[in-house]
Write a protein that binds this ligand. Structure first.
Ligand code: BGC
Length: 408
């Protein structure tokens, strides 16, 4: 017996990367400067995508991807306040032209966790001026490159950025300050809304933002305290951003990685639970990625169903795992896609799926050791690219627009 899961016609299939994590040479980005000062691993040459973008887009095309997500590094475009670099602008023009030439579509992220260092030096997003600097940069990009783009993501994961930068200590400026966390979150929400209005009429393409939506649920479904706590944390982590931006976006960029099973602990530091993802309760080592995250494909179905009420198209802009040996990736892709399919068949408007990541890259505080790529990078051998076996499986699905599962 074979079950066939057929995806809608024109469904988008692809992979995603971000500039700082993949390009290399982002010396004016705040993470690079901050990380070097702290003495932690920084992206450095990353996977040299800046010089090899043609090769990478070519591999994606050969794997039947019809869309490619990347980000523009603000620090390259405007390395000093008010000084815009035409040469770097031209670089991204070439990237967009390459995508077009290959007959693929683009998703362009304008801010993916890293600021120009000069913005960080004046206080980053805490500085009331930062929003207008960002708007000026975005308008510059859209005025010059907008006609080559297909989808725009203004800000990648506003809440996740705030959580890591203002509580978990692993994104610049790494301050532990809850008041600032929420202040910056509200700033990013406001900035998205303003940018959305400003560029909407300039480009006639969908503009959205991306949101990491973990499936947050009570550890014990019969425990009223666990349930209330899960509801509360779901509001903080997901609800605030989703609700506030639901009228200022053309689509939701969904990024799904985790289930968080919430156990109410009186006096416990619940925001830190996001670091644990409830793993204490799960048998470690079983279906767990190299990041220690539990693999829970049904979660993407539940999350998609929760997003249905916003009545917006949903593009899965990230879903993936660190799996150096490629042991779980094939089943991971298969099982997540089956759940995406289930949500579609129940009326959720999902328009595409982009795997994180196209390439092994710099995984923030984990450095280059965690391998998320459909394509493996040999850092010791001139950044040689090697297509992982799971990506051939994904390529077949992208080619046919359906996947088949044999049941014995
Ligand atoms: C981020 C990526 C990151 C991935 C895996 C996402 O939340 O957008 O930059 O590499 O998670 O941790």
């Amino acid at each position: 017996m074979t079950d066939t899961f057929k995806f809608p016609k024109n469904f988008l299939w692809g992979g995603a990367i971000s500039a700082y994590q993949a390009e290399g040479g982002n010396i004016n980005s705040d993470y690079e400067v901050w990380g070097n000062k702290k003495g932690i691993e920084v992206a450095g040459k990353a996977c040299d995508h800046y010089n090899r973008f043609r090769e990478d887009i070519g591999i994606a095309k050969s794997l039947n991807h019809n869309i490619f997500r990347f980000s523009i590094e603000w620090a390259r475009i405007e390395p000093e306040e008010g000084k815009f670099d035409r040469h770097e602008l031209d670089h991204y023009k070439q990237v967009l032209q390459e995508i077009k030439k290959r007959g693929m579509k683009s998703v362009v992220t304008l801010y993916h966790f890293t600021l120009p260092n000069w913005v960080a030096e004046i206080g980053g997003w805490e500085n009331p001026e930062a929003g207008s600097y960002f708007e000026r940069y975005v308008n510059y990009i859209v005025d010059n490159l907008g006609d080559l783009m297909d989808y725009i993501i203004t800000i990648n994961e506003p809440f996740v950025y705030c959580l890591h930068a203002y509580l978990l200590d692993d994104l610049s400026p790494a301050k532990k300050n809850l008041t600032k966390l929420f202040k910056v979150l509200y700033t990013l929400i406001r900035v998205h809304k303003e940018v959305y209005i400003q560029i909407k009429d300039k480009v006639k393409i969908p503009i959205g933002y991306s949101k990491n939506v973990p499936y947050i649920t009570a550890l014990d479904k019969r425990n009223v305290f666990d349930k209330l706590m899960a509801k509360f944390l779901n509001y903080i982590f997901n609800g605030i951003t989703l609700q506030k931006l639901s009228k200022s976006t053309d689509f939701i960029g969904l990024q799904y990685y985790n289930i968080a099973r919430i156990k109410f602990k009186p006096g416990g530091d619940h925001l830190h639970l996001f670091n644990e993802w409830g793993l204490e309760e799960v048998e470690r080592g079983k279906g767990v990625t190299d990041m220690g995250w539990e693999i829970y494909p049904k979660g993407i179905y539940y999350v998609l169903k929760r997003l249905k009420k916003y009545d917006l198209p949903i593009l899965v802009t990230e879903n993936g795992l660190a799996d150096k040996s490629d042991k779980y990736r094939k089943d991971f892709i298969k099982n997540h896609l089956i759940n995406v399919h289930r949500a579609i068949s129940e009326g959720v408007n999902v328009i595409g799926y982009l795997h994180w990541s196209l390439l092994d890259n710099f995984e923030w505080k984990e450095g280059k050791s965690k391998r998320f790529g459909l394509i493996e990078i040999d850092y010791k051998n001139r950044f040689k690219r090697k297509v992982r076996s799971s990506s051939k499986y994904y390529s077949k699905i992208a080619e046919c627009g359906f996947l088949e599962v044999y049941n014995s």
